[in-house]
Design a protein around this ligand. Structure first.
Ligand code: R5P
Length: 304
């Protein structure tokens, strides 16, 4: 069965269709004191409440009690807690294998202690999740090394090739850029997935001065009159992308499309990008937004 966190319901449904597995109904409640209670009434049909007969099939729902796949992007502290509750509920019901899919793993970018006295937050959340799951999949984490923080096997699912799908078919002499050297593989994957690998790739040099301030040094590629796709793993505040797009506009670029796996689009990111002159923003459904133009369900399903 597929169980969804509140923030990942569309992706969980798409994955259920892809895998032809039943989608359980989860409920997301809150006590008067503010504490969360995420639950899965459909787990009642599993029946033995912890006395695990691992091969039971519920005849009414077709529920396979061997495996529960919990799909939950940890986009907030509440979403983290809700995931822990859903994993625990599955264990409590006697499901023998709990698989956690983190389409977007929150705190993954805090993968080191930035100063004395700081935590490694990605490790802290990975340890908590590890306590009640048997396997973890996460989509295009900022650094694959984050997988090592989990105790069970954790796999990074590469969904970059999905980003080519929503791009218009008529890009003029396209250039595929990444806003920093770290995302060049992603830009190359998008280029290769778009129209038989036609188009140049390059990257900008980026220096981050603060959470919202970045400085971008242009790439050498001539972009005048050409359509450009800027690809990154995540758009958070939109500072990186809007700086990059601003540089392109100064160089007489044609149309600019920005694309990312995780469209976090916090605060005024959409406005910043619109003001920078972006034609369209595309993302996947790892974070469910209006800009989620393509699903990563096939990429996840291929690993399950
Ligand atoms: C950093 O290296 C990442 O790949 C992204 O470029 C960055 O996290 C995007 O953040 P923001 O949208 O806040 O600039």
């Amino acid at each position: 069965m597929i169980i969804s966190g509140a923030a990942s319901q569309a992706l969980a449904a798409a994955l259920a269709r892809e895998l032809e597995e039943p989608l359980a109904r989860a409920e997301y409640d809150r006590f008067p004191d503010g504490e969360l209670l995420a639950s899965v009434p459909d787990l009642a049909s599993v029946g033995d409440g912890g006395d695990s007969d691992n091969s039971t099939d519920d005849t009414n729902t077709g529920t396979n009690t061997d495996r529960a796949i919990i799909v939950a992007s940890t986009v907030s502290s509440d979403a983290h807690l809700e995931l822990l509750q859903l994993q625990d509920a599955a264990r409590e019901a006697g499901i023998s294998e709990v698989v956690t899919v983190l389409p977007y793993m929150g705190y993954a970018r805090q993968d080191k202690a930035f100063d004395t006295g700081h935590p490694i937050s990605a490790r802290a959340v990975a340890r908590a999740i590890s306590s009640t799951t048997d396997r973890v999949l996460t989509v295009t984490p900022h650094e694959e090394a984050v997988c090592e923080f989990f105790e069970p096997t954790a796999t990074a699912v590469d969904a970059a090739d999905r980003l080519a799908e929503p791009l218009p078919d008529d890009l003029t002499d396209p250039v595929f850029l990444s806003p920093d050297a770290g995302a060049i593989d992603l830009a190359e994957t998008v280029r290769n997935a778009y129209g038989n690998g036609a188009g140049e790739t390059d990257y900008f040099e980026k220096v981050r001065h603060s959470g919202t301030e970045v400085e971008i040094t242009p790439s050498d590629v001539d972009v005048e009159g050409r359509d450009v796709v800027v690809a990154d793993d995540i758009i958070a505040t939109g500072s990186t992308m809007s700086e990059a797009v601003g540089v392109l506009q100064e160089r007489g670029v044609g149309r600019v499309f920005v694309t990312c796996v995780h469209p976090l689009l916090a605060n005024n990111a959409v406005t910043k990008l619109s003001q920078a002159g972006v034609e369209a923003i595309y993302g996947t459904d790892t974070i469910e937004r209006q800009q989620s133009a393509v699903s990563v369900a096939p990429s996840i399903a291929a690993e399950l």
